[in-house]
Design a protein around this ligand. Structure first.
Ligand SMILES: Nc1ncnc2c1ncn2[C@@H]1O[C@H](COP(=O)(O)OP(=O)(O)OP(=O)(O)O)[C@@H](O)[C@H]1O
Length: 260
């Protein structure tokens, strides 16, 4: 199946009147994995929230297109139905909704009426993905993220990803809080998704995740825009040398969003 294309053009985003994204351009195609790196506070999570339609983030200029369709005109649920998925940095706890019910509803929301996944097929699929991610089976009946450890929440985000099978996913610091074994397991799950019909944007601070998931491109964000793009070797150099060399190369004194 041919993959989707996410195009972000000259994106400007404000939060409470403060401009955070200042002309960001990025194209992600099905079959591609891109990493987004950058110092703290340079707008990486803002990018993720703006693409998914968080109401606090106001797009003041630019475009977000999914297969040519204007994403900015879609509500959050319509964006999910269209194939976008965000694994959040801080997943919410939702009491009263079991993990299993949530997942089944999420899967069915992307299917036509009358074509809902059968209970048997759903359980089989979820069980297999839980095995891949080394998730305890009783997590299926627990309330969504309630009382989950930080690492369990992250694994659960990937369980959702693997079951919902979006066409484009943004993973916001999916590696934070994971121990070494969990990192490998989560990377295995994400790698299993590699397919021409799936594109993935991986926001991370650390090269170590990229040791397990090889990105096709690595982007560096500073001052609310992408300032450099390269291959996996760029992430390697950042791990070894930090960000100062990029600032020097580009004549950037202050990488945060308040600066020009
Ligand atoms: N709700 C908010 N209210 C006020 N300022 C905000 C809000 N959300 C984000 N910001 C500001 O926007 C800037 C960019 O934040 P963002 O979380 O996008 O950065 P980031 O690159 O993801 O950072 P990190 O690497 O630390 O996760 C920061 O200065 C942050 O304080």
């Amino acid at each position: 199946m041919a993959g989707s294309t996410l195009e972000i053009k000259d994106l400007h985003v404000e939060i409470e009147g403060l401009e955070i994204l200042k002309g960001l351009n990025l194209t992600l195609k099905g079959g591609e994995f891109h990493a987004v790196m950058g110092p703290n506070g340079t707008g990486k999570s803002t990018l993720a929230s703006a693409v998914m339609g968080h109401p606090k983030y106001e797009v003041t200029q630019g475009e977000i297109l999914l297969d040519g369709e204007n994403v900015l005109e879609m509500e959050v649920d319509e964006r999910a139905q269209a194939g976008l998925f965000l694994a959040m940095q801080y997943p919410s706890e939702i009491s009263g909704v079991t993990n299993s019910d949530f997942l089944r509803s999420a899967i069915n929301s992307r299917r036509e009426e009358g074509d809902e996944i059968s209970l048997m097929k759903f359980i089989k699929q979820m069980d297999a993905k839980m095995d891949t991610l080394d998730i305890d089976k009783n997590m299926a009946q627990r309330y969504l993220n309630e009382g989950f450890s930080g690492g369990e929440k992250k694994r659960n985000e990937i369980l959702q990803l693997m079951n919902i099978e979006p066409s484009i996913a943004i993973l916001d610091e999916i590696d934070s809080g994971l121990d070494i074994d969990a990192l490998k397991v989560v990377a295995k799950g994400i790698n299993e998704m590699r397919d021409d019909s799936f594109g993935c944007l991986i926001i991370t601070h650390y090269q170590r995740l990229l040791n397990y998931i090889t990105p096709d491109k690595v982007h560096v964000m500073m001052q609310g825009r992408i300032v450099k793009t390269g291959g996996p070797e760029l992430a390697q150099r950042l791990e070894e040398e930090g960000y100062d060399w990029i600032k020097e190369e580009l004549g950037i004194e202050d990488e945060t969003i308040g600066s020009k």
